[in-house]
Design a protein around this ligand. Sequence first.
Ligand SMILES: NC(=O)c1ccc[n+]([C@@H]2O[C@H](COP(=O)([O-])OP(=O)(O)OC[C@H]3O[C@@H](n4cnc5c(N)ncnc54)[C@H](O)[C@@H]3O)[C@@H](O)[C@H]2O)c1
Length: 278
Amino acid sequence: MAQEFWSGAAVVTGAGSGLGAAMVERFASVGMAIAALDIDADRAQETADMVIAGGGSAIAMGVDVADRAALDRAAQAADEAFGGCNVLCANVGVQNFGLVEKLSEGEWRWVLDVNVLGVVNTVTAFLPLMRQSGGERRILVTASSGALVPGARLGAYTASKYAVMGIGETLRIELADEGIGVSTLFPAGMSSRHIESSALARPGGLSGAVVTQEDIDVMMSSRNMDVATHVATPEHATRNLLEELAANRRFIITHGDYRDDMVERLDDLVAAFDRAQS
Ligand SMILES: NC(=O)c1ccc[n+]([C@@H]2O[C@H](COP(=O)([O-])OP(=O)(O)OC[C@H]3O[C@@H](n4cnc5c(N)ncnc54)[C@H](O)[C@@H]3O)[C@@H](O)[C@H]2O)c1
């Protein structure tokens, strides 16, 4: 994508690791200033330092996306540092495996607070700053391949990512007249710290674990996945990000081998319409 399309500042949540850090690298590579937000302040700082070492400008902030007041402070800091926000990536998502009937209320609330309300908080806190920014503006919300092809033991996570898709698609309609494009991203499996960072961010009061080996085995067989073709690096997953965002795509697919399963699911939906009409 032409370098001149991008200007101003990009704000990325979950920027301390994995996909968020890879997004930061992409935006910094086209000269954007970066605000790196993460619950892990040290890792956010490492990402910002990487940008600065490459000659760019960046700030880092330790922010829990479930905390609206912390995001308001982050928006104020981004305003003071860069005077605007042109790209906002609401990218944080945590994982907690478990059967729907076995997940505790606390686990449900944590996943929904971070993955769903975290996206709402992020967008709501930064929209005023985006509105005062000139140039091209984009919001990206990170859903998951799990929102297109569900798998066993992923009920809370899948429900949260369906919600992210709903938020992204609704925002896209609501903000179109203001010239703010909104895209929903569907990453498939990535070689990131997702399980580790989820375990670290998980509230101390919750019992059990984020995942067991049995959860992984059951989930993998339920999703008809081949790890060799389904899992990629975050760098690979962001290779088309700038082009897709610039083109203001409604949906962005990163990689993965689940297209046929997704089409089969869509066919079932279309068939349900056809039965209703017959
Ligand atoms: N890794 C995968 O296989 C995969 C697949 C599909 C979708 N995703 C989604 O991609 C996004 C990024 O995940 P990743 O794989 O890069 O994981 P990652 O663990 O490498 O990065 C996630 C970052 O989010 C931070 N974080 C966790 N809770 C937070 C909170 N409450 N507030 C602020 N920051 C918080 C973590 O500290 C971590 O740095 C998530 O939304 C995830 O659900 C991941």
